[in-house]
Design a protein around this ligand. Structure first.
Ligand SMILES: Cc1ncc(COP(=O)(O)O)c(C=O)c1O
Length: 432
C-alpha cells in the first residue's frame, strides 16, 4: 500500500512549488492583522491593493463599539451550540429579518462562513436526478458545491464564462437528458477573480425560459453595487428574478459569515438541510451585534460607495494612461493586464512573480493572477480600490507601474493579439 502522505513531500498540489520551497512572500505572506490602505509586512509598510475592504468599514469605530458591547455582555463564546439545538437567539432571528428586508426577499438565513454557506445551500437542494449548471470561472466554493451535488447523484454541467447563449444551449440539452429533475444555475454577481459583472438580465431571461432556478454568489457585489449596496442583481434591476441571493460578510461588511435570502419555504428547507450550518455552532453574538451596526452603515453610507467608485476610476484612468489594458471598468475589482513576453503558459508564473517582486520593492502590495485563470501570455493584477484609499496612494501606485513597465521593458499598449485574448476572456468580442 502506498503512503497517502507521500505527496506531501513533493511539489505537487496547489502552489506546490511555493510550498516545497517554503516560500513566504508570494504565498502566505505574513501580515500585520490591521487591514487598511497601508499594511505592515516584515516590518515594512506597503500600499495595499489586495484587501476586499471595499467601503472601508474594516476599522469602523461604530462597529468596534457595538462589538465591544457585545463582548462585555456575551463574551466571545456565546451562544454555545448549533442553531438547531441551543444556539438560536432572538438576535439571530432579528438580524435574519433585517437581511431579508435588505435583500427584498421573504426570508434569510445566516451562515458562519461564506464558503460553507455555498456548500450547504447547493448540497441541500441538488440531489439525485437534479442538475446544477455552473459558470466555468465561478469561485472555488461554487465548484466544490457542484462536486458535493455530484456526490449526491446530481448531474453537473458547465457553461462558458458569463455566456447566457451557452447557458441556453446547456439548459436545452439538460431538458432533454434530465427532463424530470430540477435545475439550479450557479453563478457570481461580480466575478471575484476576473472582476467582470455577470450578465444577470440575460441569465435571468434564459433561466425563466427553461423554468430553472438561479443562485447567485454576490460576495463582491453586496455593499458596493446597486441601491444601498444591495448588490449586482439590484444594479441590473433583476433582484426579484434571483431565486437564492447569497452575500458574504467577509468583504464590504468587513466581518465574517454570510447569508442567503429567498422565499420562506426555500429558506426553511435550507435552514433544516444545509449540513454545513445545521451541524455547526451558531454565529457568535459579537458578530451578530457588530453586523447589525454594519448593515446600518452599508445602507446609510452612500458616500463611502461614491468614494470607492471615485478611487476606482482614478486608478483605472491612471493605469490606462500608462498603456495598461484594464478589464471591465464597471466592477469594484480593477483587473490590470500585463504581457509576460513569450506567451507560453509556463512563463506567466515566473514573469508575474518578478513583477510582483518589483512592485513589492516599491512598497506596493498587489496580487497577480496567471494562466489558467486568465489566458497564457498575460499576467493580471487584481486590484481592489477602496473608499479608504487616497490620491497620494493612487498616484504612487501608478508611478510604480510606470517604472515597472519601463524597467521590465513591457510591450505597452498590449498587442492586438493580447487585447483579443482579454476581450475573449470578457466576451467583449466573442468571435475573437
Ligand atoms: C465569490 C466568493 N464566494 C465565496 C467566498 C467565500 O466567502 P467567505 O470568505 O465568507 O468564506 C469568497 C471569498 O473569497 C468569494 O470571493
Amino acid at each position: 500500500m502506498a503512503d497517502i502522505f507521500d505527496k506531501c513531500k513533493g511539489d505537487g498540489g496547489y502552489f506546490g512549488a511555493f510550498r516545497h520551497m517554503g516560500e513566504n512572500e508570494l504565498t502566505r505572506p505574513v501580515m500585520d492583522p490591521v487591514s487598511g490602505t497601508k499594511m505592515l509586512h516584515n516590518g515594512e509598510e506597503y500600499i495595499m491593493w489586495s484587501v476586499n475592504n471595499y467601503i472601508g468599514l474594516a476599522n469602523n469605530e461604530e462597529v468596534r463599539a457595538a462589538a465591544m458591547e457585545a463582548v462585555k455582555e456575551f463574551s466571545t463564546s456565546n451562544p454555545m451550540g448549533s442553531r438547531m439545538m441551543s444556539g438560536n437567539t432572538p438576535y439571530h432571528l432579528a438580524l435574519e429579518k433585517r437581511f431579508a428586508e435588505y435583500a427584498q426577499k421573504e426570508a434569510a438565513f445566516l451562515f458562519n462562513y461564506g464558503y460553507m454557506a455555498v456548500l450547504g445551500i447547493v448540497s441541500s437542494l441538488a440531489g439525485m436526478g437534479d442538475t446544477v449548471v455552473v459558470d466555468k470561472l465561478a469561485h472555488a466554493c461554487i465548484l466544490d458545491a457542484a462536486g458535493m451535488a455530484k456526490a449526491a447523484g446530481a448531474n453537473v454541467r458547465y457553461f462558458k464564462h458569463n455566456d447566457a447563449q451557452d447557458l441556453d444551449k446547456v439548459l436545452e440539452s439538460v431538458n432533454k437528458t434530465h427532463p424530470d429533475g430540477g435545475v439550479l444555475i450557479l453563478t457570481e454577481g461580480v466575478y471575484g477573480m476576473t472582476g467582470d459583472l455577470a450578465d444577470l438580465p440575460s441569465i435571468c431571461e434564459v433561466k425563466d425560459k427553461w423554468g430553472a432556478r438561479l443562485f447567485i454568489d454576490d460576495a463582491h457585489g453586496i455593499g458596493v453595487m446597486g441601491e444601498k449596496g444591495r448588490g449586482a442583481a439590484d444594479f441590473f434591476g433583476v433582484q426579484d428574478k434571483i431565486d437564492i441571493y447569497f452575500g458574504t460578510f467577509a468583504k464590504s461588511f468587513a466581518s465574517i459569515g454570510g447569508f442567503c435570502a429567498c422565499d420562506k419555504d426555500v429558506r426553511d428547507w435550507i435552514m433544516f438541510n444545509a449540513r454545513t450550518q445545521v451541524f455547526a455552532k451558531s454565529l457568535p453574538m459579537v458578530y451578530v451585534k457588530a453586523l447589525d451596526k454594519t448593515l446600518d452603515l452599508v445602507i446609510e453610507r452612500q458616500d463611502l460607495r461614491d468614494k470607492m467608485w471615485e478611487n476606482s476610476k482614478k486608478l483605472q484612468d491612471g493605469l490606462r494612461n500608462e498603456g495598461f489594458a484594464i478589464g471591465p471598468g464597471d466592477s469594484p475589482i480593477v483587473s490590470v493586464f500585463c504581457p509576460v513576453g513569450t506567451g507560453k503558459a509556463d512563463d506567466a508564473g515566473g514573469v508575474g512573480a518578478r513583477m510582483v517582486q518589483y512592485l513589492r520593492a516599491k512598497k506596493i502590495f498587489v496580487t497577480a493572477v496567471v494562466y489558467p485563470v486568465i489566458p497564457p501570455g498575460l499576467c493580471m493584477f487584481r486590484m481592489i480600490p477602496t473608499a479608504a484609499h487616497n490620491d497620494a496612494e493612487i498616484q504612487t501606485t501608478i508611478e510604480a507601474f510606470r517604472a515597472m513597465a519601463s524597467e521590465m521593458d513591457l510591450t505597452l499598449p498590449c498587442t492586438p493579439e493580447d487585447q483579443a485574448k482579454i476581450d475573449k476572456l470578457y466576451r467583449c468580442n466573442p468571435e475573437a
